[in-house]
Design a protein around this ligand. Structure first.
Ligand code: CTP
Ligand code: CA
Length: 225
C-alpha cells in the first residue's frame, strides 16, 4: 500500500517530476496563469527521494521551498518547461507531468508595459497553442523503456474523458482527478483513479498527496523492469 514498506525500491533510478503552473507573459508585468500550487508535484518529488530515487523537479512558479535532496530547476513558461523537462528526461527512467501547463500563450509579447489609451478599448489578446510536453515525450521517448505519467482533472464522465485523454496522449499512466462534488467511482470514495492502457483502473482513496504519490511510484516501479 502506501508510505510503509517501500524502502529503497527507486534506488539507482532517476525520475523527473514537473510541478506548479506555467505563466505566459503578455508584457513585463502581466501574464496568463493558473492556480496550481505545485503541492502534488512536490509530494511526488519528496516521496521519490524517500524511496531512493535521484529526482529532478521542474518547478513552475511554485512558492513551496525546495525539497531536500531534490535537484530543482525553476521555469516560468510552458516553452521553458518543455526545454527543461526534455533535457532532464534524456537520462530519466520515468517522467511524471504533474504541472498545469498552459494550453495557450499570447501570440506576441510587448517588451514595454501595455498602456491604456484615452477612450479606446484594448486590443484583443491573440493566443497560440503551446507545445504538448506529455504527448511529445510519450510519442518520442528519450530513453527506451522510460515510463511517462500524466495528470488530468476532469468533470462529467470522468472515466471516459480520462480514457480518451490517455489514448490521445500515449502515456503509460494517467492520474485522473474528478473535479466537483459528485463522485462516480463507486462505494469507496476516491479522490483519483490511475488509468493504464491495459484497461486497469487503480482507485486512490482520499488522503494526503503523499498517498497518491506513493501509489504512482508503486505503479511506475511495477512497470520498470
Ligand atoms: N500537458 C503538457 N503540455 C501541455 C498541456 C498539458 O505536458 N501543453 C500535460 C499536463 O502536465 C498533464 C496532462 O498533459 O500531465 C494532461 O493535461 P490536460 O490539461 O488535462 O490535457 P489537455 O490535453 O491540455 O486537455 P484539455 O483540453 O482537457 O485541457
Ligand atoms: Ca490543458
Amino acid at each position: 500500500r502506501s508510505a510503509e514498506g517501500q524502502g529503497t525500491d527507486l534506488a539507482g533510478r532517476h525520475v523527473v517530476v514537473s510541478a506548479g503552473g506555467t505563466r505566459e507573459p503578455l508584457d513585463p508585468v502581466r501574464f496568463l496563469g493558473n492556480r496550481s500550487s505545485g503541492k502534488q508535484g512536490y509530494a511526488l518529488a519528496r516521496t521519490a527521494v524517500a524511496r531512493g530515487a535521484r529526482v529532478t523537479l521542474v518547478a513552475a512558479n511554485s512558492e513551496l521551498p525546495d525539497p531536500a535532496g531534490v535537484d530543482v530547476v525553476r521555469v516560468g513558461t510552458a516553452v521553458q518547461m518543455r526545454e527543461a523537462v526534455l533535457k532532464a528526461a534524456a537520462a530519466a527512467d520515468a517522467v511524471v507531468m504533474a504541472a498545469a501547463v498552459a494550453d495557450f500563450r499570447p501570440a506576441s509579447y510587448a517588451s514595454g508595459k501595455i498602456k491604456k489609451r484615452d477612450g479606446q478599448d484594448p486590443e484583443p489578446v491573440v493566443l497560440v497553442r503551446n507545445p504538448d510536453i506529455l504527448a511529445e515525450l510519450s510519442a518520442d521517448r528519450p530513453r527506451p523503456g522510460q515510463i511517462v505519467v500524466g495528470f488530468a482533472a476532469e468533470t462529467d464522465d470522468v472515466l471516459a474523458n480520462g480514457r480518451a485523454k490517455l489514448a490521445r496522449k500515449g502515456c503509460d499512466l494517467l492520474v485522473v482527478n474528478e473535479v466537483g462534488e459528485r463522485k462516480t467511482f463507486g462505494a469507496e470514495r476516491s479522490e483519483a483513479v490511475v488509468l493504464a492502457p491495459d484497461g486497469s483502473e487503480t482507485p486512490v482513496p482520499y488522503g494526503p498527496k503523499e498517498g497518491l504519490a506513493d501509489i504512482v511510484w508503486n505503479l511506475v516501479t511495477e512497470r520498470l523492469s
